[in-house]
Design a protein around this ligand. Structure first.
Ligand SMILES: [Fe+2]
Length: 246
């Protein structure tokens, strides 16, 4: 039996798209979901009411919910809190959900691409710290003899939309190559609000990049979307994109 992971991203509670969220929730409930994955930007401005709304949304599901933080999930107005405890508010949601998921077919492995401070402004795009990458690589290496699919998830795509473009994610190229070398089959992310499914290459290693769009009203030229990843250990990943028609 395959494992079905329902992947959504960037709901931006506070600027969420209720209709799109309801369509996604119905799909999770009625279409054989084994897990829900949300790759960050749960909120628009990391306020308490926005995190409460996100927590209420994720609480409704009977399947494991796995999330990671996005750049919008750290305090935006309170710089002191952003520096000393950037994920304090995010933990309101984190407490109610799983921090990992594994089945007979697949293991989800987190990678942190969001940092509270970085050497450029604005602090929107990703940065993969050495320590964050080493943590993910250690998990992948511990699964080296494991026949299951290894899917890494993070908020920011590790590569630009096309080769030849400047990579907005600092450290992304190196992370991509090392994750591929360590045996990951795919890296799943959000952030750009546009869905994608690409087989890419860095350092002679190939890796699939899968992105959900957004379930918010912050559209960038394409409608809201999510994707269903059907994973089978010996058959790979079938990605089905669901575009929510306006
Ligand atoms: Fe983002």
């Amino acid at each position: 039996m395959a494992t079905r992971i329902f992947h959504m991203s960037d709901p931006h509670f506070g600027a969420e798209n209720r209709e799109a969220l309801n369509i996604f929730a119905d799909a999770v409930r009625h279409e054989g979901a084994d897990a829900l994955l949300c790759t960050g930007d749960l909120t628009q401005r990391a306020t308490y009411p926005q995190f409460e709304a996100a927590a209420r949304f994720f609480e409704q599901f009977d399947v494991p919910v796995v999330i990671c933080a996005g750049n919008h999930d750290m305090p935006y107005y309170n710089m002191w809190e952003r520096l000393v405890d950037p994920y304090r508010r995010y933990r309101m949601v984190q407490r109610g959900v799983a921090d990992a998921f594994a089945s007979d077919d697949v293991v989800l492995v987190p990678l942190v691409s969001t940092v509270p401070l970085q050497p450029r402004f604005p602090w929107v795009d990703g940065l993969v710290r050495r320590q964050a990458l080493q943590s993910t690589l250690a998990q992948l290496r511990s699964l080296a003899q494991d026949p299951r699919l290894k899917l890494v998830f993070c908020h920011h795509p590790l590569l630009p939309a096309q080769d030849g473009q400047k990579n907005p994610t600092i450290g992304g190229d190196d992370a991509f190559a090392q994750l591929a070398k360590a045996g990951a089959q795919a890296v799943i992310s959000g952030h750009v609000h546009i869905p994608f499914d690409q087989q890419r290459e860095r350092g002679g290693r190939s890796l699939r990049m899968l992105g959900a769009g957004t379930l918010s009203t912050r559209l960038r030229g394409v409608p809201p979307s999510f994707q269903i990843l059907t994973c089978e250990a010996d058959a790979g990943i079938v990605a089905e994109r669901r575009i929510i028609a306006p």
